[in-house]
Ligand binder design. Structure first.
Ligand SMILES: [Zn+2]
Ligand SMILES: [Zn+2]
Length: 348
């Protein structure tokens, strides 16, 4: 079968490899579609500490069950379409025991511990069947659209923690795919006004389709000043840092309203994870700094409902669909920032 193999950081290509074997207690799926994520781009470029090369990544997967393992006892049958998010909870730590799966201290991921979905077929291990985040894709929902359930799940978790809601002015810094999902979600949750900021004009242009109330390019104007001006000097109720530039956090603290919430959504490069945030501002302005990562099965289910109902318009969000054999071309487009969301499909 064909699969994308990362040979070493920066070197990846579509190659013929052996079909995966169906795990005894797991599933074998034909990959129908697999989304390309910002974290994938980083792994393609510079590798990942949890990924041992050569390896196949791809964690936003829609697939059809083609085989079930001999000892598989789960509900899914050949022919069923599944949305397979990568997180596999340990189900043993205190957090899992308490049902706060998004805090699992020992979770693993498909496309890290096990090979991922930039391939024609993918083995779904027993661990993922038992403790993972797999859902049926309902009839009538395009499996290509279902690939966004995974990134959307993390956004659902973040905005739930940040309690984004009615009357809020929300600033989203970073208008890539994640920033764009946050924009739509903030609207759905009732935000009064959503302001987006990015230093990349191409991205600002792309997000216009989703009608933000205000766009700011901070290279042209001071971001903090602009937000303060737009909010009558009070600042934003919620600031979502949907990028990985640590300076953003310094600005987020400066532009948040008293009592405001700052959602730290993107991880920072290791050597830049200690920005010079004025903690006195956090203290005196009574700010809430909220870090979130991954999601619980509950968020994954909510995300699926948002896609199935069309409340999040996946078709509009996904900007490019490529056949898997054109992986390098699709990845290049995304790396150059010329695509919002690239999804790869393989022939049936
Ligand atoms: Zn992703
Ligand atoms: Zn756990």
């Amino acid at each position: 079968m064909q699969a994308v193999i990362i040979e070493e950081p920066g070197i990846y290509r579509v190659r013929e490899i052996q079909y995966p074997v169906c795990p005894e207690e797991g599933l074998l799926i034909k990959v129908l579609a697999c989304g390309l994520c910002g974290s994938d781009l980083r792994t393609l470029r510079s590798g990942h500490h949890r990924v041992k090369l050569p390896f196949t990544i791809g964690h936003e997967v829609s697939g059809r069950v083609v085989e079930t393992g001999k000892k598989y006892t789960g509900p899914w049958k050949p022919g069923w379409n599944l949305a397979i998010s990568p997180v596999v909870y340990c189900n043993e730590c205190n957090f899992c025991q308490d049902g706060v799966f998004e805090l699992c201290s020992d979770y693993r991921e498909l496309a890290q511990t096990w090979p991922g979905g930039f391939a024609e077929y993918m083995a779904v291990p027993a661990e993922a069947v038992l403790n993972g985040t797999i859902q049926e894709i309902p009839e009538g929902t395009d499996p290509v659209h279902a690939t966004i359930v995974e990134p959307l799940s993390s956004c659902v978790n973040a905005q739930e923690k940040g309690n984004v809601g009615l009357g809020d002015t929300v600033v989203i810094i970073g208008t890539g795919p994640i920033g764009t999902l946050h924009l739509q979600l903030a609207r759905l949750r009732g935000a009064r006004r959503v302001i987006v900021a990015d230093i990349d004009d191409k991205r600002l242009e792309m997000i216009k389709e989703f009608h933000p109330d205000m766009l700011i390019n901070p290279t042209e104007t001071g971001l903090v000043e602009k937000v303060m001006e737009a909010t009558g000097g009070y600042g934003a109720d919620v600031v979502i840092a949907a990028n990985s530039v640590s300076q953003t956090l310094v600005q987020a603290v400066e532009m948040a309203k008293k009592g405001g919430r700052i959602l730290l959504f993107g991880g920072m490069p290791k050597d830049q994870s200690r920005p010079q945030v004025d903690m006195n501002t956090v203290h005196y302005n009574a700010l809430h700094l909220l870090g979130t990562t991954i999601f619980a099965p509950r968020h994954n289910r909510i995300a699926m409902q948002l896609v199935v109902s069309g409340k999040i318009d996946a078709g509009k969000f996904i900007s490019h669909i490529f056949p898997l054999e054109d992986f390098e071309e699709g990845a290049r487009l995304a790396l150059e920032g010329r695509a919002r969301k690239v999804v790869f499909v393989s022939g049936s």
